[in-house]
Design a protein around this ligand. Structure first.
Ligand code: AMP
Length: 286
């Protein structure tokens, strides 16, 4: 039997549903998204359904986390399609607030997580993680979930949000979930629809180079060499323009000089193909 999906757009309705669920002793989980759903998002829902009795998915393209020259306006949106996929995926409540519902007045209070927000996407997208941590904090305050599910596709986001809930004693457990890829290795992303056929073909170098990096890590190659190797592979693609390739400790996101057994490191990259900026990563315990 397919259960019906409830959609609410106000904070008051959202709170009322959760309050009732908690009265009934239900465990509540949230899957925060920006919509234009794919199997990556739905894998988070599947994970949430294992533990939670009420699975809330938020769809909110958060203006706070986009820079002035970024793709907020043209970020892909298709609520009708999302509703269908969310229902099929087993979401119980779809929370779709408007920008004015979330930010009825200019926001004066923001959450800023030091250090882990600084490198990688924090460096190339100034202010991005303040926008992320602030909206995630708001969503956690609105839904007050027991569990919140995030994809390792955005590994820095996982690190930032985990640090935030620890620092601010937010009573939620952050559950990181593995990256879901297309059959040919491309990490699923709402932004993949922007890619031309040629760009999409060349973008396969990202997962390929990360696989190669994984092999080099197992061989304990020098991090600087691994980075150079990944950069060289990506640079062979004429349509690729590298934003960053970094090897850092995970989840601390501090520099790695040499690989030592037992360390967990991330190889993270951001690469532009035309106007589309793609990110991908691999996390390895040496
Ligand atoms: P987004 O809608 O892009 O903000 O993503 C919402 C959530 O889905 C975030 O926690 C992402 O990390 C996660 N996500 C996006 N793409 C993937 C993927 N390919 N595999 C796993 N999780 C993903």
């Amino acid at each position: 039997m397919i259960q019906t999906l409830q959609q609410v757009s106000t904070i008051a309705e959202m709170r009322a549903i959760v309050a009732e669920a908690k009265r009934q002793g239900k465990k509540v989980g949230i899957v925060p998204t920006m919509g234009y759903l794919h199997q990556g998002h739905l894998s988070l829902v599947a994970e949430a359904k294992k533990t939670c009795d009420l699975v809330v998915m938020s769809i909110f393209v958060n203006p706070l986390q986009f820079g002035p020259n970024e793709d907020f306006e043209r970020y892909p949106r298709d609520l009708e399609r999302d509703r269908q996929l969310a229902q099929e995926g087993g979401v119980d409540v779809l929370f779709t607030p408007s920008v004015s519902e979330m930010y009825p007045q200019p926001i004066m209070t923001t959450v800023s997580v030091a250090n882990v927000s600084a490198p990688l996407c924090g460096k190339s997208r100034p202010g991005h993680f303040d926008g992320v941590s602030t909206v995630v904090m708001k969503l956690l305050q609105i839904v007050q979930p027991d569990f919140a599910y995030f994809g390792q596709k955005d590994a820095q986001q996982v690190a930032v949000v985990t640090q935030m809930v620890q620092d601010l004693s937010v009573p939620v457990e952050i559950i990181p979930c593995p990256i879901v890829r297309e059959a040919d290795g491309l990490a699923m992303s709402s932004r993949n629809v922007y890619l031309s056929a040629e760009e999409r073909e060349q973008a396969l170098v990202l997962s390929r180079s990360l696989q190669q990096a994984q092999t080099w890590i197992r061989e304990k190659a020098l991090p600087a060499r691994i980075r150079d190797g990944v950069i060289a592979m990506i640079s062979e693609m004429p349509l690729a323009s590298i934003d960053y390739v970094e090897i850092l400790h995970y989840p601390q996101l501090t520099p790695v000089d040499e690989l030592e057994s037992g360390q967990t490191v991330i190889v993270a990259l951001a690469v532009r193909f035309g106007h589309t900026r793609l990110i991908d990563n691999v996390i390895v315990t040496v």
